[in-house]
Ligand binder design. Structure first.
Ligand code: ADP
Length: 192
């Protein structure tokens, strides 16, 4: 099992890159943001509840997010591995993921961070908001709140994974294809 965690600030291009990487390496792509939006679209109880956090640019509380991710892994069926996109986003989530994977005899293989400057990313999100219909992309204040959430809760994950020698930063500025190449160069170290 190859379990890759993709992380980066909102707008860094995780979802875009995940689409290419999942094909290239035959991985199951799990995006917690996508799962929440699927639930919102379908008006599920989880979706309606999560929406109250997401629309403000806040993180959804850990307990529910962790359970949702574990269910998604359980339901994925046979796979060569996972590409986790947008999870974990807090230390509690990272610890839960380690424990959960360990219970299956698996582990996080590598964590790759897509790095880009905040100001470039805010502009990208505002641009995306014009077409994505995502309320959290349309208001600069909510976008700034997502960066604050990232800096407070998600940035500490870098040292969490660095301590395990599993952290690989990648420059997230360039063409989509160039960035896919940079990410593949890291993943190639772990697949045959
Ligand atoms: P982005 O990276 O552009 O912010 P995502 O689609 O990954 O977008 O996430 C959208 C929103 O969904 C987040 O702002 C947050 O409210 C919620 N969310 C996604 N993943 C998590 C998570 N692991 N923990 C808590 N909230 C999450």
């Amino acid at each position: 099992m190859v379990n890759i965690v993709l992380f980066g600030k909102p707008g860094a291009g995780k979802g875009t890159q995940a689409e290419f990487l999942k094909e290239q390496y035959n991985l199951t792509h799990l995006s917690t943001g996508d799962i929440f939006r699927f639930n919102i679209k379908n008006g599920t109880e989880l979706g309606l509840w999560a929406k109250t956090f997401i629309d403000k640019g806040d993180l959804v509380p850990d307990e529910v997010t962790i359970k949702m991710l574990e269910d998604a892994v359980e339901n994925a069926g046979n796979t060569a591995g996972f590409l986790f996109d947008g999870f974990p986003r807090t230390i509690a989530q990272a610890e839960a993921l380690d424990a959960f994977l360990q219970s299956k005899g698996w582990s996080v293989t590598a964590t790759i961070a897509l790095e880009a400057d905040d100001e470039i990313l805010v502009q990208r999100l505002l641009e995306r908001g014009k077409t994505s219909g995502r309320p959290d992309d349309q208001d600069e204040e909510k976008i700034r709140n997502r960066y604050q959430e990232y800096n407070e809760k998600t940035a500490p994950l870098m040292s969490f994974y660095e301590q395990q020698n599993k952290f690989y930063p990648v420059d997230g500025i360039g063409s989509i294809a160039e960035i896919t190449k940079r990410l593949s160069a890291v993943i190639d170290n772990f697949v045959n």
